[in-house]
Design a protein around this ligand. Structure first.
Ligand code: ATP
Ligand code: MG
Length: 401
């Protein structure tokens, strides 16, 4: 790597730490990504400086996980995580080290990392520090556990899911012994919190190399996470991955595709189990409930449905239908929706030319009657968007009363 591939800020952090008398390297995903010629999402720095010492050297920092040795350094509105060389004590429960201690030995810090490709450090003057030959594995496009893979998965079972996710993110293969270790230790994934499993699986569904996603069920790891999902995906056979691939990289769409044949109740149980937030849960359930129905191709019913579900949901349903029900008239629906949006047809009460206040001024009592009348007027406007005019609708309201 040429030092001019490192951003100025990163060079500044390395230099500042060095001038303070400490070792400092970039490490982990950013080194791996630069070797692969891709742009890292963020730059992580590992250093022999203790967190308190790091904080003294930079004017703007905040504590991120100081008990784990991480301090965030802010430079030019960008955050950089600077973490003290660290060793982890015994893992007693497949997820949390019983202790974390600092070390002044870079190799020990690299030893605690998950895969050889993530255990390389780099400094512009000292070059690569690569005691586990991660560079060779990157060149061979191979994911290999640092040291004994089985032990690494037993220490922290999330690494198994990370392993599959990295395979799909980078298009790498999993080295034999590492894959065997994953298959043998898959049940331990049950020790990991559902939130972390959810995050990691969501990242997986968004990965580029979808053909590698099948490692998740072929290894049995998915069965250990959720037997029903595993069974459903296996039933779908080869159809599933292309279905996923052809969707935009949107978590809601991808999860809906993953749960495509779930009943509403099954979906709810799954989404609750994995602690999806309420908004995502509602949106995914709404899509699943409407997935089986053909979408209308005529203005009136389509306006009514768009008013009920929202335009976003209709557009998402169109994307899903195109893939799942290619013989449905999704193209006509899309065309009709396009016209509706171009004209700016009224779809919801918000866009209706009258509101509750105006109806009350006509003498209609507050309460249910107003709601019913507004719904009736909206229905009229769905039938004929040109009727969305205040005077006209107030006249209609009087008739309807
Ligand atoms: P990306 O950001 O592209 O997902 P990354 O490699 O940067 O990949 P992070 O989760 O950001 O992944 O972690 C940064 C580094 O920390 C990793 O490269 C790895 O060295 C180490 N690391 C992260 N999680 C673990 C873990 N569960 N076990 C061991 N090492 C880990
Ligand atoms: Mg990262």
């Amino acid at each position: 790597m040429r030092s001019n591939t490192l951003p100025e800020d990163v060079l500044y952090i390395l230099n500042t730490l060095n001038q303070g008398g400490y070792e400092a390297y970039i490490v982990g995903g950013c080194v791996r990504d630069t070797i692969l010629n891709t742009t890292p999402k963020d730059w992580d720095i590992t250093t022999s400086a203790q967190p308190e010492e790091t904080k003294k050297l930079f004017s703007h920092t905040f504590d991120t996980g100081i008990q784990h040795g991480t301090v965030t350094v802010v430079l030019n509105h960008t955050n950089y995580e600077v973490t003290t060389y660290r060793v982890e004590g015994n893992y007693e429960d497949c997820r949390h080290p019983s202790s974390v201690s600092f070390t002044n030995n870079l190799r020990e810090d690299l030893l605690r990392r998950d895969f050889t490709m993530n255990a390389i450090a780099y400094h512009p003057k000292n070059g690569y520090q690569d005691p586990f030959r991660g560079m060779e594995d990157i060149q061979r496009k191979t994911i290999r556990g640092v040291g004994e893979a089985a032990l690494r998965f037993q220490e922290d079972a999330l690494r198994m899911l990370r392993c599959v996710r990295f395979a799909a993110q980078l298009g790498f293969s999993v080295e034999n012994e590492t894959y065997q270790a994953l298959c043998e230790n898959k049940e331990r994934i049950q020790k990991i919190s559902v939130e972390r499993i959810h995050d990691e699986m969501e990242k997986l569904w968004l990965c580029q190399y979808d053909e590698k996603m099948s490692l998740l069920w072929e290894s049995g790891l998915l069965k250990a996470i959720d037997p029903l999902l595993s069974a459903r995906i296996v039933e779908r056979g080869n159809a599933f991955l292309p279905q996923l691939r052809n969707l935009p990289k949107d978590p809601i769409l991808r999860w809906t595709m993953v749960l495509q044949d779930y009943s509403p109740q099954e979906a709810k149980t799954f989404l609750k189990k994995f602690k999806f937030d309420n908004d995502s849960l509602k949106r995914i359930c709404l899509l699943l409930e409407n997935l089986a129905h053909e979408l209308p191709t005529q203005g009136y019913p389509l306006r009514t449905l768009a008013g009920k579900l929202g335009v976003d949901a209709i557009q998402q349903l169109l994307l899903l239908q195109e893939i799942l029900h290619p013989t449905s008239p999704f193209a006509e629906t899309a065309q009709c929706l396009n016209e509706i949006l171009t004209r700016g047809d009224c779809l919801t009460l918000k866009e209706l030319a009258v509101d509750g206040q105006m109806l009350m001024e006509l003498g209609i009592p507050k309460g249910k009657a107003i709601g019913n009348l507004l719904a009736a007027l909206l229905n009229l406007v769905h039938q004929n968007p040109q009727w969305n005019q205040t005077q006209f609708l107030l006249e209609k309201a009087k008739d309807l009363m």
